[in-house]
Design a protein around this ligand. Sequence first.
Ligand SMILES: Cc1ncc(C[n+]2csc(CCOP(=O)(O)OP(=O)(O)O)c2C)c(N)n1
Ligand SMILES: [Mg+2]
Length: 225
Amino acid sequence: MTQQTKPLNRRVAVKRILRDRQQDVLAVTSLGNPTFDVAAAGDTPQNFYLWGAMGGAVTFGLGVALAQPAKRVIVFVGDGEMMMGLGSLATVGVDRPANLSIVVIDNEHYAETGMQLAHAGRGVDITAIALAAGFEKATTIRAENELEEYVDVILKATGPVLATVKVGTDPEPTALPPGMVRIYAAVSAKRYWAPRPTQVSRLALEILCKSVLKGASILRSRPLF
Ligand SMILES: Cc1ncc(C[n+]2csc(CCOP(=O)(O)OP(=O)(O)O)c2C)c(N)n1
Ligand SMILES: [Mg+2]
């Protein structure tokens, strides 16, 4: 039963879920804030951050779960991301991987792009959709005590499991995983400087593009889990 009125904080909730994680718990994250939440909880080789491919996080996590049945795979997704890849819940419901959990960080908005109201804020119930798709377990969490009771289910219960964690909309600082910092800087530089191709911006772009290539090779050389 919900005992609190203040909404859960996304960073605190994600940190709690991953607090006692063992080596065999793999985390896949959707673009933007869920990536920052998981990176802020502690960067490890057991994390795989998606940086784009909006809507693809659950299918990616499903593939990892099927390929690595001895590991627990937790996919952390935003509610907007989850809605974009809604069909993936049906595929998970059909494949029924026992080792897959999905944690929807549901702020009912598209925070990353300016806090536009999203489907979950307009009555769409992601937990109900997961249950209808055939998930073993799914629940909506609004309070610390509810999260406490469900953490073990997320980490250990026979899946597929889904938890919709309702969180507030207070902004959290960007927490880029190491290795993504260079790419982020280069993309920002390209976006803001490319339309004004002065000599300085061209030089800066050149330097940053080299950094991107270096960053990309680091990412490529990093084994997938
Ligand atoms: C195909 C596609 N459409 C739109 C975007 C722009 N975009 C990036 S993040 C984002 C919002 C993500 O919202 P949500 O998953 O709920 O995460 P939040 O930031 O709210 O935690 C959007 C619309 C994108 N990256 N790709
Ligand atoms: Mg959202």
